[in-house]
Ligand binder design. Sequence first.
Ligand code: MG
Length: 391
Amino acid sequence: MSRIRSVRARVWTWRGPTVPPQPKFCANAADLLREQGDAMQPYRFHQWLTCEVESDDGVIGIGNAALAPHLVKAAIDREYAPLVMGADPFDYACLWEKMYRRTHAWGRKGVGMVAMSAVDIAVWDLIGKLAGKPVFKLLGGRTKDKIPVYYSKLYAGGVDAMQREAEQAMQGGYRAFKSRFGFGPRDGAPGMRENLIRVEALREVLGYENDLMMECYMGWNLDYTKRMLPRLAKYELRWLEEPVIADDILSCAELNRLGVVPIAGGEHEFSLLGFRQLLELKAVSVVQYDTNRVGGITAAQKINALAEAHQVPVVPHAGQAHNYHLSMANANCPMNEYFPMFDVEVGNELFYYIFEGDPRAEAGCLQLDETKAGLGIEISDRHLQFFDISE
Ligand code: MG
């Protein structure tokens, strides 16, 4: 039997060239503060955490997380690593409960759960490598030939540039696209008009045969969204994402009940019980957990079952192998988000620079390699010169 002998958490800080994004490329939860200065700071991810869990036979499982990596590292080093040391990694469900319940007073949401997620993903990668199987084969196997993905970028900016980007993405074979609203309540009626101009411009390029989704990143509120929904109705959006802050589940439920545009969310919700609330209140019509926040693969797989029982599809947030393996193994996951590979901008794309092996989309779909055990990724040495790495 293999046992866990070490847990290593490292923070990777990008120091390489960065493309400066547009000033208002996406609304966000801090917009309502009307602060001066860097309003987009909440939407920048230039640091990442890797978590390596090694067994006593020298096999290393890799997990990662992107939120507050220095805090997550401290939580892993001081709290979670000691809880899993010496354990059999195949006892993953028990390990999860141990991490969850021993830290419950402070760890059940936010930084604690992100840290647990990174450890849990590493444990699953380790299990896969020890078993000689890709993780999706341990979760239920193949439910589709390929995973359809949606193109997720189209940050708010100049209308012509957004149309060009949409055109190029369509030529690349994508059939579903997500863009970002740049304006919110503080921009008043002129901002509403700017938002609508961009949706109209995207529909002009994409037509109505392709799916278009719009993201608010928690930068709107209930009143503003209620005024926007009738104006958006004619654009037949597949979903409106996170219109209000993540804790405001009742407002989400109210908006979803209106039935004008389906509400999607969940990338800032945590654990099975968090999603029970979202689903029971019918707050979302699309579940978007992020495996490296929600409690790792162990929690995500339980949420998949719960969402399926509620007849709510799951479209995991973000790209990355851990999300794809879950999408492949669950028939209730019709597609996955996909961040196209670009020069580093907001940092959504940073994982391409840290890891080797994350699958790339071709003609709007991606494939998992059945010959690779675990999650199929390794830590890359190609871009090391651009990172500061803290142990
Ligand atoms: Mg989102």
